[in-house]
Design a protein around this ligand. Sequence first.
Ligand code: HEM
Length: 328
Amino acid sequence: MEDSVRRRVGEREAQTESATSQTSTDFSDEDLSDSDFTPVSEGDGKVRSGILNPLKVVLILTTALAVFLLFRDQSSFLRTLDEPTGSPVKSSKSSGEGQTGKTVVNGITIWAKEELAKFTGVDEKLPVLLAYMGKVYDVSKGRRHYGPGGSYQFFSGKDATRSFLTGDFKNDLTDNLDGIAESSYGDIENWDNTYSKSADYKQVGVLCGYFYQCVGDKNPGQPTEKLLHVERMAAKSKVDAAKENEIFVEFPQCNSEWSQEKGGRVWCSDKSGGIDRNWSGLPRLFLTQKDGKKSTRCACVHPDKVKDPRVELYPSCPPDADSCKLQQ
Ligand code: HEM
């Protein structure tokens, strides 16, 4: 997840840079052109440059003041963008009702939901757009997926992040991730990569809504409190997944079989659970907890670790048995 977060930060930096350069060009050299320093013609009609006269002094001072004000404004503008975005808006304001069309603020194109809804591919003259995690992408090159008749046409013209994570393409076509299962956060980065790392799809702005602030909000185009929360949860989920992986190496899955006549059986080998190792271990019940729910699985436990508090003997299976029959 760090990658995705880093990329997002990178994107924001890129947008910040473009915003900065755009503003810089607002104050082009023309504004400070030679005409401001035109030599002064004195009473005798001859041009005398190089000699300080009161008018020249006033001109120089005025120019110096203008330059000072210019750089003062620019530096405060940079500071505003470089600084953390202040307190992002709370959820109720980020529904997108306050904005129409699309608006460029500090180089970031902020889309209103009604505007994005026009880009479903039904109008063949328009590109096909969709949003994922509030980032609006031009997916015209994937028209066969997202255009009319495509298997994923319901994703176009909107942000349906929730359905990407739940797989419910009817009820969850929304950007609202409130109350989503903790386990779903692990998938966020994969879908993000589908779009942000694609050579075919280009980001064309952000969507005013759950993830990004709208025009009229405190920091238009910047992440909402909700997005920052989702990013934190996704990062945590990545750490949890790495820890879980470590557990599967330390306590590999057992082999198992089941038949009508014999019932179930679990046993260990030095490759069970897909973990190649120089020990087989003893089959044990292993207690796990995910999304607040407790469950058990069979783990091959190294003899040194049979006292681990997460480990229990299978009922009616001797402690040193390398195979256990499951009770029906
Ligand atoms: C949460 C569940 C799923 C989501 C959110 C999802 C989403 C997507 C998306 C967005 C694409 C287009 C990717 C692109 O633009 O390049 C895609 C392609 C595809 N998906 Fe899914 N998918 C899901 C589950 C499935 C399942 C279960 C299957 C198979 C049974 C499947 C089969 C395919 C196939 C075959 C393609 C490629 C189509 C092609 O290249 O023409 N998807 N999926």
